[in-house]
Structure formats: structure tokens, C-alpha cells
Design a protein around this ligand. Sequence first.
Ligand code: ADP
Length: 478
Amino acid sequence: MKVLFATSEMAPWVKTGGLGDVSGALPAALRSIGHDVRVLVPAYPALLQAFPGATEIARPHWLGGLLPTPSLRQALTPDGTPLLLLDYGHYYDRPGNPYLGPEGRDWLDNHLRFGLLSRVAAWLGSEASTLNWMPDIIHCNDWQTGMAPAYLAYRAERPAKSLLTVHNLAFQGLFDHASLFELGLPDAAWSMHGVEYHGYLSFLKAGLQHATAISTVSPTYAREIQTDAEGMGLAGLLRHRASDLTGILNGIDTRDWDPLRDRHLPRHYGPRRIDDKAINKARLQEEVGLEVRADLPLLAVVSRLTEQKGLDLFLAIAQKTIDLPAQIVVLGSGAHALEHGWSAFAHRHPGRCAVRIGFDEGFAHRIEAGADIFVMPSRFEPCGLNQMYSLRYGTPPVVRATGGLADTVIDAADERHGNGFVFGPPTAEALLDALRRAVAAFRDPVLWRKLQKHGMARDSSWAESAGHYIALYKKLLD
Ligand code: ADP
């Protein structure tokens, strides 16, 4: 099958979260099964630098509205995945985060930047394309490419089928009415059954409405988003499309995230050499200025600091946590109040709590390896990757029973399979209870080793999920 994977981020070059990780790993996994998957991604500075020899292969024009004529450049990743880099000078050639300007606010022309990305994805999946490669399926991801299925529906001759994967329903790509014209969409699209959403134009809704099929990144999240409580205003539409909606759990990049050969670690270790994890812990404590103590459980967070991730709940009981006693290390960035709250807490408790505001891939790896317990009290979590990294790194996670966390972490109460700690209500008290249970288990070396081994034995590779995507693609083409 020929698949165009359209995405707005791709690890290791451009990543703000799970979408970047998935885009960096899934296309290669699909290719290794024998399918012809190519990735369409904006030519951000990091990609232009990584692929200076990328040659122009097409200039899609007459795209409609105010959309400009971009250039498509071709490159090949080191693992052999063909890239189509969408280049239009100042649209994507901007430093830093792909969505936000220097002040932390959305770029004002995001509808055009990601409208162009969606439009070109649809162009590639239609007879208008001048390439001699025609995909059977356009695999779109989140709102940034959510408009592609709408373009296929309204503007394409003999369109390819489309799949929209929702990595996070909270980001919906909302813009005002004027953008309908700027994006070159017909007036008829402005309806409840089109791209309109409560007086706005929504990229995500457009995709949910028009994609041939919809998937999301865990079976539990696929069920949750059909409920009014967790459907973020789109539950009705998702229920309406329930027969076209599936949940496929993400895998992780098991080459990047392997404690036996992780290039970021001071000492490698694995299921048969878990003791060497202690060296990583001591080095991590040194690195961040915590007391170097093997006996204190070291709890860790690597996350966007937002309400979604429940890190306000953790902050509310941070004092009680370090009194257990325990240590805390946090790496993240996001909401100002959380950045400030956590930094202030660490300032008051040197030796017990260390906080780094920022995004640091290598440090994230050293935390996974050095910490004893990983904390993810998310209010909602479509899939979540860090709990899977934690399982693989022998760092049992404490998670709330939601979305992909519920699908990957098994509570220690299950003696035969338990690999972490799961709690229900999104409250600080329930989190503290779970942390207490985790710390008590940490003090029982036999039990702890068993939990670590169960986690490390879990297969989180992409192989199985890639197989599910192939089955889904086949269903679309039937
Ligand atoms: P989301 O996509 O909602 O942010 P995921 O758990 O799916 O959450 O993916 C987050 C990814 O981003 C993981 O690979 C995680 O390690 C990484 N990450 C998040 N924050 C940071 C940070 N501050 N520094 C380094 N990596 C981070």
C-alpha cells in the first residue's frame, strides 16, 4: 500500500510531544512491514539543516484562497523513510516551537501555515498531483493536518482515502469565519456537517467529519472521547462516527529508549542487570543537586507542565511526598503558574526536590534511568509515552486510570502482572495514597524487583501497533 503520512512534527528534528515521537517511529515501522510510506512535513529550519541536499520535486499551485505556491523537496531519513518537505520560506522557517511565537502565543497565521500543509496533503492524494507517486491513503494527524480530509472531499478529483489519528482532542485548531475564504474552502463547507464548529472554523472537526476513518492512540481513549464528560464538545460527532473509530495504542522507539544502549546514560543496565540502575540514580542526584542517597525513593516527572497532566495535584501534595520521605525531580515547561509553583517549591527544599524548566531530551533519558518511581497523574491522557519509557527503564509508574495509562499500567495489586500503581479519582488525596503505596513497595526489595521485571518485560515496540494500522488501512481500501 502507498501511504502519505502527513504531520506537523517529526522526532528527532521537531517535537513538542507524543505526535513528534509517533511520526518519527511509525512510518519506519510500517515500511519495515513492506509498505510504501512517505512523510509530508513542513520544512522547519531543523529539517532544512538536517537535509541540505533536499531537491525540489514539485510546486503545487492554484491551491485556492490565499494559499501560496510552495515547493516540495525530497529527502531520505537515515532509516530510509522518504520525506516530502513542504517549503514556503517564512511560513515554516521560524525558530523554536512550530506553533508558538517568541511570546508563547500561537502564530497569527497558523490557519494558513497548517491549511497549506493540509491542502498539499490533499493535493498529493488527488489527480491534480504532478508527482508520479499517488498514495492510496492520506494518514492525517491531529488538527494541523485535519483539514486534509475536507479538502479531499470538497476539492479533489478521485481522492485518496483518509485516516485521521487524534493524538489529543483538546487541540482543535479553531479560527474565525474569514479563514474559510482564505483557505479556499467553498461556502457550502460552512455548516454543522462541514467545518463549522459553534461559529468557528475547526480543523479537527473538519477532519473528524470528512476522514474515511478515525483512529486515536489507545482503546480506552477511543471510548472516553465518546462520552460528554471527555469528548471536549465533539462527543456527539464521535458517537455518530463510532463504527469508523478505533483505538490503536502507540509503541515507543525501542532503539532510542533502551537502557542497554541508551547513549545518554552514565551506565547501561537491563532486566538481567538491574542493579546498575543505582549508578544512574546516584549520578542523577549529583547532576541536579539532590542528596546522594540510595535509600530515599526518587520520584520523577518529565512532562508538559499543564493542567491536563495533573501536575497541580502533585504540587499540592509535594510537601507530604518529600516527608514520606522521598525526593522529587521535575523536568518540564508550560503553564507559568506551574513552572513558578514547582520552581519555588524546589527552592525551599534543596536536596529533596530539583526542578528544571525546559525541554531536554538527554536529561529526560537520564531521569527515566535514574529515578525509582515515575509520576503521571494526568486528568486525561490519550496514550502517554513516558509511562512506557518508565516500564522499560525499570521505573514503575504511578498513573491515573485514564486513556493509554489505563491500557499500559497494571496495578501492583495484580501479583502476577502488576508493573506500577494506578489510582482513580483526579484528586491530590488519591494521588498521595498511590504514592504511599509505591513508596511502601519500594521498601520491599523482592516485591520491587518483581514490579520492575514485569515492566521491563512488556513489549512496547511498534511492531504490533504497526500491524493494527496496516489492518485498518486495508479496511479503508476495501
Ligand atoms: P504529550 O504528547 O501529551 O505531551 P506524551 O507522553 O504522549 O505527552 O509525549 C511526551 C513526549 O515528550 C515524551 O517523549 C516525553 O519524554 C517528551 N517530553 C515532554 N516534556 C519534555 C521535556 N521537558 N524535556 C524532554 N522531553 C519531554
